[in-house]
Design a binder for this molecule. Structure first.
Ligand code: MN3
Length: 197
């Protein structure tokens, strides 16, 4: 049972001009696909071949000898999740259950946006900005490289990829502009609410 590359939940040009079709050609068509292909090569013929993606991540997370498998598996999961977090038109103030939760933790939506953006801007090098549930607690976090909340027993609600490959073609080195643009225009709050359960 090989791990497969999920379909993008939108057309390649659907997020333009905020994320271009050119970026998605490389980011989804090359980077995400490479993580899937690498993972399948690394688990071929091993016990992990019969496991789900989530199981592979949890089994390999604490094993330095399996870091190659963990990195590719977590990147497959993180990217599949990230695509679902994006939608156009999206964003605006959050709706549904998540809106009340955000307002109970952060004074208002603007404060929430500031902290989420700051998490992405201050992640040194490659990584991810997240909105998660840690137990009952709603938190904004960041992770380095492939690391993912599901390896730490946390529940991801929303992520933004801050690897350079996520934004360099559209924003060059301007990571803060990419983060501001995604947060302002592309957040799929329906997906975030569905994750909240
Ligand atoms: Mn990426």
């Amino acid at each position: 049972m090989a791990i497969s590359l999920p379909e993008l939940p939108f057309a390649k040009d659907a997020l333009a001009p905020f994320i271009s079709a050119n970026t998605l050609d490389f980011h989804y068509g090359k980077h995400h696909k490479a993580y899937v292909d690498n993972l399948n090569k690394l688990i071929a013929g091993t016990d992990l071949e019969k496991k789900t993606l989530e199981e592979i991540i949890k089994i390999t997370a604490q094993d330095p000898a399996k870091s190659g498998i963990f990195n590719n598996a977590a990147q497959v999961w993180n990217h599949s999740f990230y695509w679902q977090c994006l939608k156009k038109p999206g964003s605006g103030p959050p709706t549904g259950k998540i809106a009340a939760k955000i307002n109970s933790v952060w004074e208002n939506y603007e404060k929430f946006v500031e902290e989420l953006k700051n998490a992405g801007v201050t992640q040194f090098g490659s990584g991810w900005a997240w909105l998660i549930l840690d137990g009952d607690q709603l938190k904004i976090t960041k992770s380095a490289n492939a690391d993912t909340p599901i390896a730490h027993g946390q529940k991801p609600l929303l992520t933004i990829d801050v690897w350079e490959h996520a934004y360099y073609l559209d924003y060059q080195n301007r990571r803060p502009d990419y983060l501001a643009s995604v947060i302002q225009n592309l957040i799929n709050w329906d997906f975030v609410n569905a994750n909240l359960g």
